[in-house]
Design a binder for this molecule. Sequence first.
Ligand SMILES: NC(=O)c1ccc[n+]([C@@H]2O[C@H](COP(=O)([O-])OP(=O)(O)OC[C@H]3O[C@@H](n4cnc5c(N)ncnc54)[C@H](O)[C@@H]3O)[C@@H](O)[C@H]2O)c1
Ligand SMILES: [Zn+2]
Length: 391
Amino acid sequence: MIHDAITLPAPHDTVRARAVHRAEYPVVLADSVEEAVKHLRTVVPDQRIALVTDDTVAALHGRELRHELHRQGVVNTMTTITPGEESKNLRTAERLLDWLADSRMRRRDVLVAFGGGVVIDTAGWVASAYMRGMPYVNLPTTLLAGVDAALGGKVAVDHPRAKNLIGAFHQPTAVIAATPWLATLPARHVRAGLAEAVKKGVIASPALFELIERDLPEILALELPILHRLIHGAATVKCALIDRDPYEEDLRRPLNFGHTIGHAVETVTGYGPVLHGEAVAFGMACAARISHSRSWMTDTAHTRLLTVLQRAGLPCDRAHLPAPVHPESVIAALDKIRLIRDGRLRFVLPIDIGTTAVTDDVTDDEIRQAISRPPHPPTTRNTERADTAAP
Ligand SMILES: NC(=O)c1ccc[n+]([C@@H]2O[C@H](COP(=O)([O-])OP(=O)(O)OC[C@H]3O[C@@H](n4cnc5c(N)ncnc54)[C@H](O)[C@@H]3O)[C@@H](O)[C@H]2O)c1
Ligand SMILES: [Zn+2]
């Protein structure tokens, strides 16, 4: 290939580097594993696959997936990590890097992350680092991963000081979910995933919020056609929001709703005892309380949000969190995050269903009050909560 010769600028001219990267990838919701693998073959026609999953997903769905991969002629090798947030760290990532190198994976081979957000975030970060970036495909198996973690290319592992502190943007080649994988998801994880879907309704889609309000019992009962609609709707909202700002240049992102306090709760409880979705639900309830006491959030929206969270059996109050959380320890963790960031702590405060405002003037006192507030009075539909609560 002959390139045009490059002329040299004057010695004092500024040299400019430019690297523009925009990715586009399909997000597929298959109704069977066979269909999912067919889609996988279309995006990965002849590369070798390094399959990363966790022990639970491997035990429940690994054999069927590998059988189907084999049947459709996809060469693969598999490893597993220990399930849960405790695994989302540099030690696990290093072990995966060793495994890729020992398996002689090349830069054009493909890593496939098969699991929930922990597998997807950790394996995705490993894919971003291995040989300066190898392609990867997400096969989400939790509701949370299907509506959120598998989309957007934000990959990271946790650090004792802050969640997702070590990370990158590395866009997947495709996201392929198969609804039958969700059928084995424990109730507690269904609820946690729902929190991220509720978030998207509140920040950007009254229609999605209404779907959740209306179909909540069927969602909690894991009725697959309803879950399909929920994931399709929530993924559409997330993809539309990513499209506006794929690399988070604007730090005032509505997708962070519930995450300021949520991440701090995960950090102070040591990553694990409080699920990400549970922490986000609590964070959304706190942000709603702050906004409502400022008279920013309408009464109706405030009641609708807290009611839907309660009906879903998600923690809106400190007493319902699965681990003890002291308001002062959350404030101390937020202080550390403030220092790591640019000295400011941004809060996404809901105004109405579908509308939010972003502010950095929330005071420690407002946070303290929002966290300490006694349990929200039971709603008339609270019986659903008892029916669906995990043991
Ligand atoms: N990158 C992003 O944009 C993004 C967005 C949201 C959340 N996240 C991250 O996602 C993580 C949480 O993800 P998660 O809630 O999926 O957790 P997870 O990956 O820990 O999965 C939850 C549990 O369910 C099990 N599991 C997975 N699929 C199953 C299935 N089909 N049947 C039965 N059990 C199954 C897992 O083994 C695990 O024990 C957090 O670390 C969070 O920070 C990332
Ligand atoms: Zn989240």
